[in-house]
Design a protein around this ligand. Structure first.
Ligand SMILES: Cc1cc2nc3c(=O)[nH]c(=O)nc-3n(C[C@H](O)[C@H](O)[C@H](O)COP(=O)(O)O)c2cc1C
Length: 253
């Protein structure tokens, strides 16, 4: 017999009640949205209204997302919320870097160095679908470039996030980070907001390091635009499909 009996399992309902009680009231009423609906209605939005996410609401979303799981509960996340002048200064600086042809020196490899099937075909379908929705022809390099550069403008969103991870952490912590980013996206859906995760926001990391005085003990993963979509923007009509469950699942008895 152990001197330390296992604590009574806290039921999900009890966890929900105690955690909810401690959360910020953003001053908005919360739509009634099932968790599954929040997950499947999340779509990457690439045209946002120029309307900042109020601080209390942004705080509330982060208060929810911090309950994301992480190995040994190490919680490797560090977030900058950019609004107002900070958001403008950062956008202006990365746009200038892009215009001046400064090297894009991401602090990690997002993709494998060689593209292969089936990923190449999926990537192509995503690109063609996205540019097609915007009416950009396949050989319109300038059009594609301009569309890509919208990443650096947070796709018009007034509120943006930057995600940092301690440089010395390993793959497992990057896995943890994925759960955190998705939790922000889903929590945002719960409040009627839309998001897009953006690796592209990590393409000029030295600018963020300098501007926000973050040393090389952290790496910039990228960021996120968050807010309310421009409902009728053609780019927002693009809805990439998914492979079937049976294409990635093996059922074993
Ligand atoms: C970690 C991460 C980084 C991403 N980076 C970008 C990006 O830099 N720019 C962009 O337009 N979309 C980006 N996306 C969005 C993907 O293109 C999008 O999730 C995918 O095409 C599926 O579409 P959906 O999110 O609308 O379902 C990113 C998504 C994730 C999860």
């Amino acid at each position: 017999m152990s001197d330390h009996p296992a604590p009574k399992l806290v039921a999900a309902e009890a966890a929900l009640r105690s955690r909810l009680n401690a959360m910020t009231d953003p001053g908005f009423s919360r739509p009634d949205l099932h968790a599954e609906d929040a997950i499947i209605s999340r779509r990457s939005i690439r045209a946002f209204q120029d309307k900042p996410v109020p601080e209390a609401l942004m705080r509330r979303i982060l208060e929810a997302a911090r309950w994301a799981p992480s190995g040994s509960n190490i919680q490797p996340w560090k977030v900058h919320v950019l609004n107002g002048d900070a958001r403008t200064r950062y956008t202006d600086a990365i746009l200038a870097a892009e215009k001046n042809g400064e090297p894009r020196d991401m602090e990690y490899h997002y993709y494998a160095p060689e593209w292969r099937e089936p990923f190449l075909a999926r990537r192509r379908a995503c690109g063609f679908g996205l540019y097609g929705a915007m009416g950009i022809e396949r050989d319109d390099r300038q059009g594609r470039h301009d569309a890509f550069v919208s990443n650096f403008k947070f796709f018009g969103a007034a509120t943006g996030l930057l995600f940092w991870i301690p440089s010395d952490l390993e793959h497992g912590s990057w896995l943890d980070y994925g759960t955190f980013i998705q939790s922000i996206s889903v929590a945002a859906r719960g409040w009627g907001l839309s998001t897009i995760a953006q690796g592209a926001l990590g393409e000029f990391p030295h600018i963020a390091h300098d501007m926000f005085e973050i040393g090389d003990d952290y790496k910039l993963i990228g960021g996120m635009s968050i807010g309310w979509p421009v409902e009728d923007a053609p780019v927002n009509l693009f809805q990439p499909d998914r492979i079937d469950v049976d294409e990635f699942t093996t059922w074993l008895d």
